[in-house]
Design a protein around this ligand. Sequence first.
Ligand code: GAP
Length: 517
Amino acid sequence: MGNAQAVSQTNVDVSGKVPMDDLVALCKRRGFIFPASEIYGGINGFWDFGPLGVLLKNNLRDRWWNDMVLCPPIGPDGEPLQIQGIDSAIIQNPQAWVASGHVGGFSDPMVDCKLTKLRYRADHLVAVVDERNGQIFAFNQDVLEEKATLKKLKKQAGTDELAKLKVVPFTTIAVFDYAKVIGPDTDQKGSLTEPKQFNLMFKTYVGATASEDDKAYLRPETAQGIFLNYKAIVDNMRVRVPFGIAQIGKAFRNEVTPRNFIYRSREFEQMEMEWFCHPDDAAKWFEFWVETRKKWWQAVGVSVANLQTRKHDNDELSHYAKGGQGTIDIEYRFPFTAPGFGELEGIAHRRDFDLTQHQEHSKTKLEYFDDSVQPPRRFMPHVIEPAAGLTRGVLAVLAEAYTVDASRPSGMYLKFKPSMAPVKAAVLPLLNKDGLPEIAQKLYYSLRTKFVTEYDTKGNIGKRYARHDEIGTPFCITVDTDTPKDHAATIRHRDTMAQERVSLDKIEEFVSKALKE
Ligand code: GAP
């Protein structure tokens, strides 16, 4: 590839970011992700996956299930790990959420603006303090570096010298100083209320009477379904500690400020695994899972340059992860966090918090009896939890794949790993005559039984290539006027646009091989 092309092919725009608005527009235009209830004006924090989006999401989901449950990693001792898969109910006995700490503690501090009626998460705000006069400006931290925000800030502070302004977390501002604070969407001081705790669980009622006694919750994490099934798995599935239980499914959180497309939504999917081990081995397994999960994100196409791990500070640890190894997040450089990073997956040492809580509240013994050692021992296992976002993972894979290329009619292409691409191959007859459709259809009928293949006759060949660049199809197979003579077709590689002639009877093998990489 020549230098000029190398410069024009990049997954960032000139400001160093994937153009997020373009990505969101592409997702809608090409059937990846639509706003939920759009014909009614939408509903904040909810998204629908379209035909291409659900294929992409299922590819990521199936890869996780395969690598965790069907073919789990090889452990430090050289043996494959034991991990059982489950699919638990979304609504469980509400007492389970009291025991897990979610009824009492799963809340975000929120401040309201009395003037605009807008609501903010206090821990997502930053305070910009004007050291000359003590004036304080509050902003959402993820927009602080945007040009419009900086302009507003300079205007409000009456200075171009940002050095005079000190940025601190909003939560460090004393409540008696709130009178000096100008909120993010107003020009007036003193409009923000004191932070109030807001529980994130969605409530519903089970049964016809809808009284307070029938109150139940939509699960805010898939993890608790695993703890609730721990005893059934130990009693019935012939597992021995250490072992894991994994599940993929929806979780619901009434987020105060859903934002950044599908990054923070109110309904999303998680891929979680609880690894039950002896307390003495927890540190070793914690390290193992951080490394294993980081490599996994690379295996699905996320570049190592856009990944980092970050240990939680003590004051940001969840109630279940205090003490022990704490939590390490695997973070991705999302377009809206760049040059910074945002959480993709958390690996937490939950210790014996959940099992002990459920034992106490359910009055059911959950200790593990280990008779494989002498003398036999009884203990409450510790848990290492790799908890990944499937929905957020889809966004990371999309952002990673989005590659600006001014030399193409589409101006960009989605550079998915072939195994992640929603459509693996497209069969394109060059002309609608001379026997080409018959040959192309025969090829299509055989390929479609092996992998997701499209038969595409719409528009000229350039338009068809452009559409497949936009949806990230790795291989376009063109049946042309030479095909009836040489029984071969031209395969166009999405990333390089290079073309190669492949015999019709070798095309399935060619694509299958690329899907294994
Ligand atoms: N069981 C532990 C747990 O739920 P978490 O860090 O709250 O931990 C795990 O969530 C993952 O779920 C996150 O790393 C993120 O990828 C995803 N996630 C959490 N809240 C989300 C939201 N509102 N929208 C989309 N994904 C979310």
